[in-house]
Design a binder for this molecule. Sequence first.
Ligand code: UD1
Ligand code: UDP
Length: 358
Amino acid sequence: MRVALIIGTRPEAIKMCSVHRALLAQRTESIIISTGQHSDLLDTAFAALEMTPDHDLKIMEPNQSLSAIASHVLERLPSVLQQVAPDVVLVQGDTTTALAGALAAYYERILVGHIEAGLRTYNPDNPFPEEVNRQVIARLAHWNFAPTDVARRNLLSEGVRPDRILVTGNTGIDTLLRVVERLGPRMTGRPYVLVTLHRRESFGGPLREIAGALLDFLAEESDAEVLWPVHPNPQVQAAAAETIGAHPRVRLCEPLRYTEFAMKLADARVVLSDSGGVQEEAPSLGKTVLIARDTTERPEAVATGQNVLVGRDRARIGTALRDAWNKPPYTGRLPAPNPYGDGHAAERIAAAIADGAC
Ligand code: UD1
Ligand code: UDP
């Protein structure tokens, strides 16, 4: 049995890492095909996770369009798939790499397994274009590996066959727990808000609103700092630098290596983010994520009160930041219980593929 993993962006590498390891552990051949939708971020993630792509399509361009990503993957992936001849292609999540990868595999008549299947907001503008990407992947996939029961129910409501869905947990939690186990003792400095923002629908006005809320918060909380590893998208870089980059208690930095980011997450007092992966990881570390979005496809931790959907309005985010900042910090033993996974998702996926059981 030969499985090809299609990976294009940082979170795909982080979430596929545990799948790759689980496949190899059961002696299934696992071939990594990078589209290179991300260059720097992906190389850094691969290095941190000790993964080496077997093939790299190298498609990234500065300020790339969605059509350019999709068309370059569709142009370059089929010949690699013909050469590798996998029995199964696995795609992860909702990126344009995942959509184009699934479509190319389907055209080559190779079975597609979709990891992190069934996440939905049912709002095509939010997140854009991820909501439609993942809905289309569900039409192309043979196997749907749903991280939670909510995701499974979404797929069932769309007519996906129950025997083609397996609830596994999120593979990103497997990766996180493995890394966190190895974190050594850490320095405790000034308390900080950890920020990550990159969603396309927030470019422009919403990013300025969010930054404004951070400035209001810093004005009121004189001991607080902000740490923001800035996504390399030129639109995000410019917004971060122009809005709050000059504040003396704001530290803008390059994206962090995954292991270092996990440490910063574990040490943060509050997290403000529009990231999907961070919404899943932070609860494992007992952290609250203020989700700077209007909707989320990850409602489980919002339902338990661990995460809070705060939208993109300056006043509302400012209030939420102050409330979260002044709550007593989580002091339980790590990791905390997490609705997104128990650390064994990848093993379930690998076993299902080996058995042909899904
Ligand atoms: C992509 C995914 C998004 C995912 C995010 C994870 C799509 C449509 N979007 O968004 O779902 O949440 O990755 O981070 O698939 N850039 C670099 N170096 C890098 C990466 C990006 O310079 O390593 C810059 C380039 O100018 C690139 C731009 O950022 O053109 C945008 O990258 P892109 O992959 O299109 O979008 P993301 O916002 O990263
Ligand atoms: N991450 C990282 N370094 C950083 C910021 C984030 O390694 O500086 C990791 C984070 O732990 C999570 C993933 O990147 O696993 C999330 O990626 P991103 O927010 O870019 O994408 P999304 O999850 O929203 O698709």
